[in-house]
Design a protein around this ligand. Structure first.
Ligand SMILES: [Zn+2]
Length: 77
């Protein structure tokens, strides 16, 4: 596996969407390639921030955002 292939697989690798075989190949490459390792660290940090920002507000206002999700008295039918 070369750098280009590994970089393309970093996202699914972080999301744990790869099969075991591909997963191992990416891991092995990261062990030997500081360039991809650096890329991996940056992506991992970015994903963590995105998830930290996205996660909390979602469930809280769920019933307010979607009409009919809660028993609203304004419903006519
Ligand atoms: Zn590489």
């Amino acid at each position: 596996m070369n750098c280009r292939e590994v970089l393309l697989k970093l996202n699914p690798y972080l999301e744990k969407e790869l099969d075991i075989f591909t997963n191992k190949q990416v891991e092995k490459h990261l062990d030997n390639c500081p360039v991809c390792q650096n890329e991996f660290k940056t992506l991992a940090r970015t994903l963590r921030i995105i998830k930290a920002v996205k996660a909390p507000p979602m469930p809280r206002d769920y019933s307010k955002i979607i009409p009919g999700a809660s028993n609203s008295p304004e419903r006519k039918c």
